[in-house]
Write a protein that binds this ligand. Structure first.
Ligand code: ZN
Length: 57
């Protein structure tokens, strides 16, 4: 039997803490970039270009 109260909304599963990966920047990383190998880099709006550069193919 499955307990319906144990069900977690998908939005809660994918919601993780991720801040901008630009050195020294502590803003929220709202822009995700798939770098391959299941790795995703996150950058804020100001440093999203970093992600664009890091992404290959
Ligand atoms: Zn940033």
């Amino acid at each position: 039997m499955s307990d319906p109260t144990n069900r977690v909304p998908p939005t809660d599963i994918v919601h993780v803490e991720h801040y901008c990966e630009h050195p020294g920047c502590k803003r929220w990383g709202g822009f995700g970039f798939d770098l391959g190998r299941s790795r995703t880099a996150w950058f804020c709006g100001e440093h999203r270009d970093d992600g664009e550069r890091g992404r290959r193919g």
